[in-house]
Design a protein around this ligand. Sequence first.
Ligand SMILES: NC(=O)c1ccc[n+]([C@@H]2O[C@H](COP(=O)([O-])OP(=O)(O)OC[C@H]3O[C@@H](n4cnc5c(N)ncnc54)[C@H](O)[C@@H]3O)[C@@H](O)[C@H]2O)c1
Length: 372
Amino acid sequence: MIIGVPKEVKDHETRVGVTPAGVKELKAAGHTVLVEQHAGELSAFTDEEYQRVGAEIVGHAAHVWDHAELVVKVKEPVEKEYVFFRPGLTLFTYLHLAPLPALTEALLTKKVTGIAYETIRDTLGTLPLLTPMSEVAGRMSVQVGASYLEKSKGGRGLLLGGVPGVPPAEVCIIGGGIVGTNAAKIALGMGAKVTIVDRNLHRLRELDDIFGGRIFTLASNLHNLTEAVKVADLVIGGVLIPGAAAPKLVTRSMVAEMKKGAVIVDVAIDQGGCIETARPTTHSDPSYLVDGVVHYCVTNMPAAVPNTSTLALTNATFPYLQRLAQMGPREALLADPGLAGGVNTHAGVLTCEPVAASQGKEWTPIAQLLAS
Ligand SMILES: NC(=O)c1ccc[n+]([C@@H]2O[C@H](COP(=O)([O-])OP(=O)(O)OC[C@H]3O[C@@H](n4cnc5c(N)ncnc54)[C@H](O)[C@@H]3O)[C@@H](O)[C@H]2O)c1
């Protein structure tokens, strides 16, 4: 199969769909891999590294898209990439089609098979291609928070771990899922006092066991949140209600009662944020102050660490890519219903129910299309 890896063109996107290690495996399996010039550069993978393992480096995105049977990307295509769509093309990437009717229409009109990372499920029913980015963002949230606690960044001038004779910072993590657990690991490692607030008591029991009682757990309710946020030096927002906007658990008045120079990192901002005063920010202008509290609300945190993020993402995507290439998309989808769940568009038909619901369109299950 001919596999294409274009350079990402979305603003601030620094990751790449396949690493040189991936190319090496694909080549060993007999495939051809076309990599657009400089595609891996921002993730610290040079054209020479790709070339050494057998990739063909091509100068233009159009060449990659026109010659590849399977195109592997990271972010959803932007408008200037729509011209590359054509019948029979398989596109493997994050698509996030629900709020993007123009992209959905372009994929349908051009009969592209669009397989979205974010709707693939594993045998446990979880979303394995979303998890690695939550791991990155969760770990990064503490690193970022510790940095913004420094005086020069607008913070209280606090060292997260304290020193002998001086207590550590108090970190309050709201949501004990992937983001929250990874944030807790790093915060504990840096010597902070960590509290995790979650509404799921089973999860709190698991966290208590995982961390051997070294963290404090709190059931999520208005009273507990109010008290925990008031004493916190760093608040990390990591709640998720799948498919829904994040609930505003920390209100404006709760922020007003926080310590001056405390820091909020609202990781859940990509779902609207769980802090009332949070609004989306970018890597070029990541933070702002409300009531003397520093807010960091970057919607694509993993793009700040593209080498780690690309490796983490491709660790998860590559086994699927291998199967798509080896078996061909149709057979790979028939063999794995979880992978088939990733198909959002196929042969001009919308195949993802939530996307159809949010755009008021008709949809057909992919299994039905593949069976016919
Ligand atoms: N900003 C970024 O760059 C970035 C990167 C990765 C992930 N995220 C986002 O981070 C968020 C968290 O992702 P995740 O993978 O950790 O999700 P997850 O499903 O693993 O965890 C979410 C947790 O929130 C808890 N929760 C739900 N309602 C709650 C409430 N009312 N009070 C307290 N806890 C509550 C759930 O019980 C669960 O434990 C998501 O919105 C995700 O999209 C953002």
